[in-house]
Design a protein around this ligand. Structure first.
Ligand code: GTP
Ligand code: SPV
Ligand code: MN
Length: 587
């Protein structure tokens, strides 16, 4: 499929290492993919779902010990430990190649090795980058086909001599947790992943390449790879304003990207268009503005909670050619179900572990991190710019997390530098998207804590540099929190489609059409400037949601100082100054 000597040499080396029985190049043809689907169904790896209700859809269950990203088994193997930084796990590269080399040695004996060439970004786009993933998992091949542009086109994009491709090696091996490693070698454009078969650990184009490796490439080359959704908000006069949003895993990116505005907005002609739901690659364009593409071609979305009310667009997107992972198998009509889909769990069903399941047992049927992998082209609100090789121009960047208290519904940065500070101090409650405790507040700068491929202090510095280059063309920066709770722990803000009410204020700010008031932490809307029409929420409650509690924020400042201390001399002075400013404003 290719004459590129760099690709061929690497494939030869990896083949000699893993010693497969058979080698298959994935060409991206429908015939080859169909044969792989059929094979996976015949071996039981995948279950073919109801062809009438869910045409082309498959169900897969992972091992019960392998259901989320494993952050404590994820490593940045930079040559120098100090370049990996205090927020990542480090392993020495040479020793790691040797150690994992022993695990990979002969691991594909008796198995087929698939070589997947893929492009992150539209073929031909100046943003696009090519990767190759070697894997022994058909599940990985089929998911990569949905999530990226797979096959011969990607190799053509790479060309016959280029050495600029990311080398990904993956094996399920024995799914042994003790020997599970997700290792990144940023200086070698290399990713080695072994002993997992789950999503972010194994779809190497996604978090491993498009964030961890790409963030490092962006640092070196002057662009950015971010954990961000991209959406276009269309106003009644047809004006479309593009914004990105960085929220931690399972904190609402897919939902915001596919938002359906409340009735009163729809009547006026407002629409939201989806460009991306998880990852954005951003570059400064010829006009000096910041432009973004979504490097992916599908959505790997959280299933639980997705329903006709919360996210009808996502639900519609999953109606064909979709892979479901770890949801409930409804045996009544051979479809799928998950908590929060509707109030009628199937009577005759199998849970995510593969056991007969009775909703009355009180046990969850779908894993909280169960997912759908769906092609972007299925999405009813996909933007017409989705595959534009030049991307879309960004007017606003929104940071946000899951905070029961402290962070108000929305506030705006006073400047790019202040915005970088706001991103750097993000904190959020942990979710089921990663293995470990759920609901613990942790700092997650720019939602990149688990995804930054180099020293986080240098990453902050890179953000500041980008702002200098953008100058007065820099997007405005905001922070949102949909997750403030009342004394009984209920979310106060209705969220989902009603987030439109906040989005329009943000967009109006970008166009100089909305007022703001100054608070110690930044600009906020006047309570009168958020439209509450058609909503059962009082102006006073909204005031509460916008409230900045100085005592809580003083404690927050202490927490930030403690967090910043980790970065030592690699923390940019501008951020230290911002913290001092915050303290002064709170005094
Ligand atoms: P990853 O794919 O892990 O990066 O997650 P994500 O950021 O795309 O999160 P997603 O949109 O899938 O939402 C995750 C969970 O948050 C789901 O259970 C949603 O129902 C819930 N959620 C999303 N938006 C809102 C909101 O506005 N309010 C509330 N209360 N919950 C929300
Ligand atoms: C996330 O955890 O942020 C995801 C899912 O988007 S995974 O691909 O598993 O990383
Ligand atoms: Mn994500």
């Amino acid at each position: 499929m290719t004459k590129n000597p760099n690709v061929l040499k690497w494939v030869e080396e990896m083949t000699a290492l893993v010693k497969p029985d058979k080698v298959v190049w994935i060409d991206g043809s429908e015939a080859q993919l169909k044969a792989l689907r059929d094979e996976a169904v015949s071996t039981g790896e995948m279950i073919a779902l109801n062809e009438e209700k869910l045409p082309g859809c498959l169900l897969h269950r992972t091992a019960v010990n392998d259901v989320a990203r494993v952050e404590n088994r994820t490593f940045i193997c930079s040559r120098e430990e100090k370049d990996c930084g205090p927020t990542n796990n480090w392993m020495e590269p040479k020793a790691t190649y040797e150690k994992l080399g022993r695990l990979f040695d002969g691991v594909m004996k008796g198995r087929t090795m698939y070589i997947i060439p893929y492009s992150m970004g539209p073929i031909g786009s100046p943003f696009a980058k090519v990767g190759l993933e070697i894997t022994d998992s058909i599940y990985v091949v089929l998911n990569m086909d949905i999530m990226t542009r797979v096959g011969e086109d990607a190799l053509r994009q790479l060309g016959d001599s280029s050495n600029d491709f990311v080398r990904g090696l993956h094996s399920k091996a024995s799914l042994d947790e003790e020997n599970r490693y997700i290792c990144h070698f940023p200086e070698d454009n290399t990713i080695w992943s072994i002993n997992s078969g789950y999503g972010g650990n194994v779809l190497l184009g996604k978090k491993c390449f498009a964030l961890r490796i790409a963030s490092y490439q962006g640092y070196k080359e002057g662009w950015m790879a971010e954990h961000m959704l991209i959406l276009g908000l269309e106003a009644p006069d047809g004006e479309i304003t593009y914004v990105t949003g960085a929220f931690p895993s399972a904190c609402g990116k897919t939902n915001l990207a596919m938002l359906i505005p409340p009735e009163i907005y729809r009547q006026k002609g407002y629409k939201v268009w989806t460009v991306g739901d998880d990852i954005a690659w951003l570059r400064i364009g010829p006009d000096g503005r910041l432009w973004a593409i979504n490097p992916e071609s599908g959505f790997f979305g959280v299933a639980p909670g997705t329903n006709v009310k919360s996210n009808p667009n996502a639900l519609e997107t999953t109606k064909k050619n979709t892979i479901f992972t770890n949801v409930v198998h409804n045996l009544e009509d051979n479809t799928v179900w998950w908590e929060g889909l509707d109030k009628n769990p199937p009577k005759h069903a199998v849970d995510w572990k593969g056991n007969p399941w009775d909703a009355a047992s009180g046990e969850k049927g779908a894993h909280p991190n169960s997912r759908f992998t769906a092609p972007a082209v299925n999405c009813p609100c996909i933007s017409k710019e989705f595959a534009n090789p030049q991307g879309v121009p960004i007017s606003a960047i929104i940071f946000g997390g899951r905070r029961a208290k402290t962070a108000p519904l929305v506030y705006e940065a006073r400047s790019w530098e202040h915005g970088v500070f706001i991103g750097s101090i993000m904190a959020s409650e942990t979710t089921a998207a990663a293995a470990g405790a759920v609901g613990v507040v942790r700092r997650d700068p720019m939602a990149m804590l688990p995804f930054c491929g180099y020293h986080m202090g240098d990453y902050f510095g890179h953000w500041l540099e980008m702002g200098k280059k953008l100058g007065d063309k820099a997007p405005r920066i905001f922070n949102v929190n949909w997750f403030r709770t009342d004394d009984e722990g209920h979310f106060i803000w209705p969220g989902f489609g009603d987030n439109m009410r906040v989005l329009t204020w943000i967009v109006d700010r970008c166009h100089g059409r909305a007022d703001a008031v100054e608070t110690p932490i930044g600009y906020e809307p006047k309570a009168e400037d958020i439209n509450l029409e058609g909503l059962d929420l009082s102006r006073d409650t909204l005031r509460g949601l916008l409230d900045v509690d100085r005592e809580l924020w003083r404690r927050e400042a202490d927490g930030i100082e403690e967090f910043y201390a980790k970065f030592g001399s690699r923390l940019p002075q501008a951020l230290r100054d911002q913290l001092a400013q915050l303290r002064a404003n709170l005094a």
